[in-house]
Ligand binder design. Structure first.
Ligand code: FAD
Length: 339
C-alpha cells in the first residue's frame, strides 16, 4: 500500500475545492484498512466519493479512500435477498445492479452520488425512501483499536439524515461492508407526486422497479446541478423539524410556508423555501453562490475556496434565523482541522 504525500483533493470532492492533504492512501480490503490505520498520521479523514463534504483548509493528517469492492448475495428467502456490498462500491452502480437482479427497495434512491460505505452515515434518502428501510447491518473497524465490529439496524440509530456515525461515534469507525435486505417482490413507493407525474409523462401505468428508477433519474437529471458541470454537494442544509406551535406562528406571517407533518407535535419545513424567501436564490459572490434554481444547493462556480462557502453558509443561517427564528443545520460534513 502506497502512502502519498501532499496530494490535491480537488478531484476527490464534488465541490471541487482545491485543498491538499498531507498524506493520502487507498484501501481495497479490511486488512489493508487495518494496516493503514496502524501506520498513518492523525487526524484521519475516511473518504468515499467526497459528495457530502466541504473542505475548508488543507488537511494536516491522512485521507484514506475506501475502495473495497464487491456485491455478493449471501442469503435468500421466498421474499428477501440479503446482499453484502463493499463500502467502496459506487452507490448508483449498486442500485442498477439490484434492478438488474429484479430486486426492489432502493430504486427511489437512484443517482444519489457517493459510495455504499457512506450511505449509512446520514441514512441517505430521497423520494420518500431512506436506506434504513432495507439496511440490515454493517461491518466496521474502530479507528483507535483497529477492531472489527458489527452494527445492526437499531444500533445505527438512524434518523432523518443522521445516524450514530454522524453523532456519538463521529470519526470513530471505518465502514467496510454494508448488508441490505432487498425485496424479491416490487414494493413500489410512488407517494411522491413528482414520481407519479413523471411516470405518467413516460406513459407508464403499472410501473416496474426499472420504471421507477428511470423516473427518478429523469427528475434528478432535470432538477439537480451535476457536480461535473458545477461544484456542489447537493442539499447543503437539512430541512428543519420544528414544534407545530412554532410552525403556526410563522405561518401567520408567511401563509405560504412549505411544511410537512412529521408527528402530532412536529412539522418539517422546506429549508429551500426559507432560504429563497430570505432572498438568497441565485446569489453569487466571487465564485461562491447559491444555485439559481435551488436555494438549498451551495455552489462553487470554479475557484471558490471552502472558507468562502462556509462563510456564505453562515450568512444564510443568520438571515434565515433573523427572518423566521428557525435554525438551519448543515447536512454537509464540514471538514476543518488546523495545520
Ligand atoms: C448532486 C448531489 C445530490 C445529492 N442528493 C442526495 C439525496 O438525494 N439524498 C441524500 O441523502 N444525499 C444526497 N447527496 C449527498 C451525498 O450524495 C450522500 O451523503 C452520500 O452518501 C455521500 O457519499 P460519499 O461516498 O460521497 O461520502 P463522502 O462525502 O466521501 O463522506 C461523507 C462523510 O462520511 C464519512 N465517510 C465516508 N465513507 C466512510 C466510511 N466508509 N466509513 C466511515 N466514514 C465514512 C466521511 O468522512 C464524511 O464525513 C447528494 C449529493 C450531491 C452532490
Amino acid at each position: 500500500m502506497n502512502i502519498y504525500e501532499n496530494q490535491s483533493l480537488k478531484a476527490h470532492n464534488t465541490f471541487g475545492i482545491d485543498c491538499q492533504t498531507r498524506y493520502f492512501a487507498k484501501f481495497q480490503s479490511e486488512q489493508d484498512a487495518i494496516e493503514l490505520l496502524k501506520r498513518c498520521t492523525s487526524p484521519l479523514l475516511i473518504l468515499g466519493g467526497g459528495s457530502n463534504i466541504l473542505l475548508t483548509q488543507d488537511f494536516p493528517g491522512t485521507v484514506l479512500k475506501n475502495e473495497i469492492k464487491g456485491i455478493e448475495i449471501i442469503e435468500e428467502s421466498d421474499i428477501h435477498t440479503t446482499v453484502k456490498v463493499g463500502g467502496g462500491e459506487v452507490w448508483h452502480d449498486f442500485v442498477l445492479w439490484s434492478i438488474e437482479q429484479g430486486l426492489s427497495g432502493i430504486e427511489n434512491l437512484s443517482l444519489i452520488p457517493g459510495s455504499v460505505g457512506a450511505a449509512p452515515m446520514q441514512n441517505i434518502g430521497a423520494y420518500g425512501v431512506e436506506i434504513s428501510a432495507v439496511f440490515q447491518r454493517l461491518d466496521a473497524i474502530s479507528i483507535v483499536q483497529q477492531e472489527k465490529r458489527v452494527f445492526n439496524n437499531p444500533q445505527c440509530q438512524f434518523g432523518y439524515r443522521s445516524s450514530i456515525f454522524k453523532g456519538d461515534l463521529k470519526g470513530k469507525y471505518v465502514i467496510t461492508y454494508v448488508y441490505f435486505r432487498l425485496n424479491k417482490k416490487p414494493n413500489n413507493n410512488t407517494s411522491y407526486g413528482a414520481i407519479l407525474s413523471e411516470l405518467s409523462k413516460m406513459g407508464v401505468k403499472n410501473p416496474s422497479v426499472q420504471d421507477i428508477s428511470t423516473a427518478v433519474i429523469n427528475i434528478r437529471e432535470r432538477k439537480l446541478p451535476n457536480p461535473r458541470d458545477i461544484g456542489n454537494s447537493g442539499s447543503f442544509f437539512k430541512n428543519p423539524i420544528i414544534p407545530i406551535e412554532k410552525f403556526f406562528e410563522v405561518q401567520k406571517k408567511y401563509p405560504h410556508i412549505v411544511g410537512y407533518t412529521v408527528s402530532d407535535s412536529q412539522k418539517k419545513v422546506a429549508a429551500g423555501w426559507l432560504i429563497e424567501q430570505a432572498g438568497w436564490k441565485g446569489y453569487r459572490k466571487g465564485d461562491a453562490g447559491i444555485h439559481e434554481n435551488h436555494a438549498l444547493v451551495l455552489v462553487n462556480y470554479g475557484t471558490a475556496n471552502g472558507m468562502e462557502l462556509m462563510q456564505l453558509s453562515k450568512e444564510v443561517q443568520t438571515s434565515v434565523w433573523n427572518m423566521f427564528g428557525i435554525a438551519l443545520e448543515a447536512e454537509v460534513n464540514i471538514i476543518s482541522h488546523q495545520m
